[in-house]
Structure formats: structure tokens, C-alpha cells
Design a protein around this ligand. Structure first.
Ligand SMILES: Cc1cc2nc3c(=O)[nH]c(=O)nc-3n(C[C@H](O)[C@H](O)[C@H](O)COP(=O)(O)OP(=O)(O)OC[C@H]3O[C@@H](n4cnc5c(N)ncnc54)[C@H](O)[C@@H]3O)c2cc1C
Length: 454
């Protein structure tokens, strides 16, 4: 009987919840997933998206027969649930690939990850990296403390050689701040740690061993990464695009769109970048408002290029640690799917980091990127470029520094107290992948479904 009773209560809750006005801010993967999971439990909601299309960062553009994503986006799965969900959404429009990623340093290519593949580097550098790795591995490995400095972790994990020749310059370039200012709270298995045996193998020969949870990736066969967002949005009939949320009034439980229109809410699921919320919520107490000032992030400038020939057929993407080159990564989208390009042509995406709040001279940067691509032989001549597309991604990666945890925790607590559920990579301000953004949308839906209705 208690089971039947619980079922009846749950049904009653869902019924009451169905009457609540639940609004979702943003139609990226997290917002779409929240709506998808709410709808599948019979709970109504309405999505408001400021752009004219759904997908957020998971969008693609079609230009002259090239499919360009908003910067390189490939799928990795840690959870069977998400793999099954995405398979059911994309059906046959999904292909799996074995990652072929490389590093370019000292004017040559080595396999990713650097810390397991020294083969081919100048012998002096190989010696320095190997000996210091050996020294580091002989010391008793300290337990990783999440709030420890990332630089300290790099040094005691890999030794000074790998630190100097890859880890520090790459991370400095990528995060735009020195690694000693970062904590280890974001690591979560992102950086593979090889054994000494693996490193020796990858030093005496070109090792084919794959490292990390993302040794395989998945990508749509047709339509670029936006196929995923479109498939998630397809069954949802409650998405309003071109709706920019300009203000939220917590006391009145009302939000105002840039058009002036007002909407009442009981619960909000917000995937709007957290730092933006300090300008959107009108009645923030001062002690909460000042916490937003501690949030930091990097921005990503992405240049997509369509080229006349299929370049670099054996590589998916390459990391560039050296500061002399403008970009930290270049990928080859025709190697994800031949449908991303007109027959026989190629497509590359170039990624450059810059500090948040910083400004860039886009034309100057584009010229420099093209010079650098020619310098290292990725493109032969500028005439080979047949089209280009630029994306300036203001919110790239939330930065985990010493202020991150406390500021984020207190802001989150305040929002939750006011019936706003922060969600997704930028809404909840975490280093989340597409898979994790989808799961975060699911958790937000679950949270709403579980709220006890008085
Ligand atoms: C450069 C880069 C490369 C990446 N590569 C990968 C990868 O290869 N694999 C992977 O798994 N993940 C990758 N990611 C992460 C992935 O993009 C994110 O985890 C995921 O797309 C986040 O989805 P989201 O819905 O949380 O945020 P978003 O996609 O940013 O969606 C938020 C939505 O809110 C809308 N919005 C914002 N403000 C307002 C407002 N005021 N009113 C209304 N709507 C608003 C936005 O327009 C947007 O549509 C990458 C991220 C970056 C930056």
C-alpha cells in the first residue's frame, strides 16, 4: 500500500507542478535538455532564447557548402544514459571515430598527449623530460587536493621537463593566466597521467596507445553538431526564439524581455552565463552582487576556414603550446565528416584564447592566424582559402581560481533560495562538456519534479 500511496502522491505533485509556471532561459543543450526531460514527465515549461535559433554553442552554419560549427565540437561519453539518449535522437546520423590528435612543438608533430609521447622531439628535450619524470615518479605521489595550485600538481606529477616544454606554456596560453593561479578543481580526469612504462614506450617509438576518457569521439554524419540540438528541440513545442531576457524581478517573480514584454514565473531554470545575472537581476543584495566580481573566464576567438584541398587527412586536431603561434588548437572538420565540406575540399577551425574583458583587433588577428598557418605549412597559399567564418565566443571556459568555489557556491545558494535553478556550463558556471550540459538539464528537470508543492 505505501507504494501505491507514494505513487498517488507523486502523481498529485506532478499535477500541481503542471500548474506552476516554469520558464527556461536559454535554448542551448542544457535548456533544451531541461525542457525535454520536463516534458517527458508531463510538466509544462516555456523556453526563451535570445538568438534566432536553438543550440547555443552547439550550432552550425552552412556557408557555400561548408558546414562550420561554432568552433570544434565533438561528443565524448562517460555515461551510457547520454549515449543511448543521443543515439535515439540522432538515429543513424552519428558516427564514432578513434581520436587522432597531435601536438606541434619544436617545429615537429608528436602524438597527444605530450606527457606520454616524446618520440621525435629533440634529444636534449627528451632527456630533460624523461629524467625529471623519473625523478617525480620516484617521490611518493601526494594525494591530489582539489584546491592545490595547478602548477604544483603539474610539477609533482610530470616533473619539470614536461612542465616547461608543454604543460605550462600550453595552459598559460589556453587559460590566459599563469597555471599557479588555477586550482585543480576542474581536472576530473581531463589530463591523462601515463605510467613510466608508457612514457618509455612513447619515447623509443611512435606509440599508438590511446589515453584519456575521450580516446573515441562521436560526431553527426550530416548537418554538423547542430543536428544534436535540433533533434533535442524537435519534440518541444514551447520554444520562443529572439527573446532576450533583460531583467528579472525576484520580489514580483517576473521577468522582462528586451521587447518590454513581461512574464510571470514560479521557477526559472537559467542557462544564461552566471556573470550576466548580476546585471539582469534587478534587486540583488549588495553582499551577493559583489561576489559576481570574483568570477573569471577566458574568451575564445574561432576562425573557420574552407579550403580548396583536403589538408591533414590523418589528424583530427593539433595542440600548439608555443606562444610564438597565435592559436592553441587547430582542427580539421572534414575528418569528422566528409559532409562538412564540398567534395574534395577541406575545412579547419582555429582557436585563440584571450582574457575576459579583453578586446581584440579581429582583422589583425585573422591576418596573423593566416600567416601562422602558412608558416607551419597547414595552408600553402592564401588563395587556397575559399571561405571564412568568425565566431567570437565571449564566455569560453570558467576559470577555477582561489575565489571560484566560494563565490560560485554563495551565488548558487542565493539563486536557489529565489527559485532560480542555475543550469548548464555557463548558468551553473562549471567546465562542462556537451554530455554534462545535457545531464545538468536532466538534473534541473528532476529537481523541479521533486519540489514539494504545498
Ligand atoms: C570553444 C569551445 C569548444 C568546445 N568544445 C566541446 C567539445 O568538443 N565537446 C564537448 O562535449 N563540449 C565542448 N564544449 C562545451 C559545450 O559547448 C558546452 O558544454 C555546451 O554547449 C553548453 O551548453 P549550455 O546550454 O550550458 O550553454 P550555451 O550553449 O551557451 O546555451 C546558453 C543559451 O542561453 C542563451 N542566452 C544567453 N543569454 C540570454 C538571455 N539574456 N536571454 C535569453 N537567452 C539567453 C544563449 O543564446 C544560448 O543559446 C566547448 C565549449 C567551447 C567554449
Amino acid at each position: 500500500m505505501p507504494f501505491v500511496h507514494n505513487l498517488l502522491l507523486a502523481e498529485q505533485n506532478l499535477h500541481l507542478m503542471a500548474k506552476k509556471r516554469i520558464l527556461i532561459l536559454g535554448a542551448g543543450l542544457a535548456g533544451l535538455s531541461a525542457a525535454w526531460h520536463l516534458q517527458s514527465q508531463g510538466i509544462d515549461c516555456q523556453i526563451f532564447e535570445k538568438e534566432s535559433d536553438v543550440g547555443g554553442l552547439c550550432r552550425s552554419k552552412n556557408i557555400n557548402g561548408f558546414t562550420f560549427d561554432y568552433d570544434g565540437h565533438v561528443l565524448h561519453f562517460k555515461h551510457r544514459y547520454t549515449l543511448n539518449l543521443i543515439r535515439s535522437l540522432l538515429k543513424d546520423n552519428l558516427a564514432s571515430h578513434q581520436r587522432k590528435s597531435w601536438i606541434y612543438s619544436h617545429r615537429r608533430y608528436t602524438r597527444y598527449p605530450f606527457q606520454a609521447n616524446l618520440y621525435g622531439l629533440p634529444s636534449q628535450i627528451v632527456k630533460e623530460c624523461l629524467l625529471s619524470f623519473l625523478k617525480a615518479s620516484q617521490k611518493q605521489a601526494p594525494e591530489i587536493k582539489k584546491r592545490e595550485s595547478f602548477l604544483a600538481w603539474i610539477n609533482h606529477t610530470f616533473g619539470e621537463g614536461i612542465s616547461r616544454h608543454f604543460m605550462v606554456p600550453y595552459n598559460r596560453k589556453f587559460w590566459t593566466i599563469p597555471p599557479e593561479e588555477l586550482t585543480c578543481e576542474w581536472l576530473d580526469g581531463f589530463i591523462p597521467v601515463p605510467s613510466l612504462n608508457d612514457l618509455v614506450d612513447g619515447t623509443i617509438q611512435e606509440s599508438k596507445k590511446q589515453f584519456g576518457y575521450n580516446a573515441h569521439f562521436w560526431y553527426p554524419k550530416r548537418g554538423g553538431i547542430s543536428s544534436l540540438a535540433r533533434a533535442l528541440a524537435e519534440p518541444l513545442d514551447n520554444i520562443r526564439t529572439n527573446c532576450n531576457i533583460a531583467e528579472i524581478n525576484l520580489k514580483k517573480k517576473e521577468m522582462r524581455l528586451a521587447s518590454g514584454e513581461k512574464e510571470r514565473f514560479d521557477y526559472l531554470v537559467s542557462t544564461i552565463p552566471l556573470p550576466r545575472m548580476s546585471g539582469i537581476i534587478g534587486d540583488l543584495p549588495q553582499d551577493i552582487k559583489h561576489l559576481f566580481g570574483f568570477l573569471r573566464w577566458n574568451s575564445i576567438f574561432n576562425l573557420n576556414l574552407g579550403v580548396k584541398n583536403k589538408i591533414n587527412p590523418a589528424r583530427h586536431w593539433v595542440y600548439f603550446p608555443e606562444k610564438e603561434l597565435s592559436f592553441f588548437r587547430v582542427g580539421f572538420a572534414h575528418n569528422f565528416s566528409s559532409n562538412n565540406v564540398p567534395r574534395g575540399q577541406g575545412s579547419l577551425y582555429v582557436e585563440v584564447s584571450y582574457p575576459f574583458g579583453g578586446s581584440i583587433d579581429k582583422n589583425k588577428l585573422i591576418r596573423r592566424i593566416k600567416e601562422d598557418l602558412k608558416e607551419i605549412g597547414i595552408i600553402d597559399r592564401e588563395e587556397h582559402i575559399c571561405c571564412q567564418d568568425v565566431n567570437d565566443i565571449k564566455y569560453g571556459y570558467p576559470i577555477y581560481d582561489k575565489n571560484y568555489r566560494e563565490s560560485r557556491a554563495k551565488i548558487t545558494e542565493y539563486l536557489l533560495m529565489n527559485d532560480i535553478i542555475p543550469c548548464g556550463r555557463y548558468g551553473s558556471w562549471r567546465y562542462l562538456s556537451m554530455e554534462e550540459a545535457i545531464l545538468d538539464g536532466k538534473s534541473a528537470a528532476q529537481r523541479i519534479a521533486e519540489i514539494k508543492c504545498a
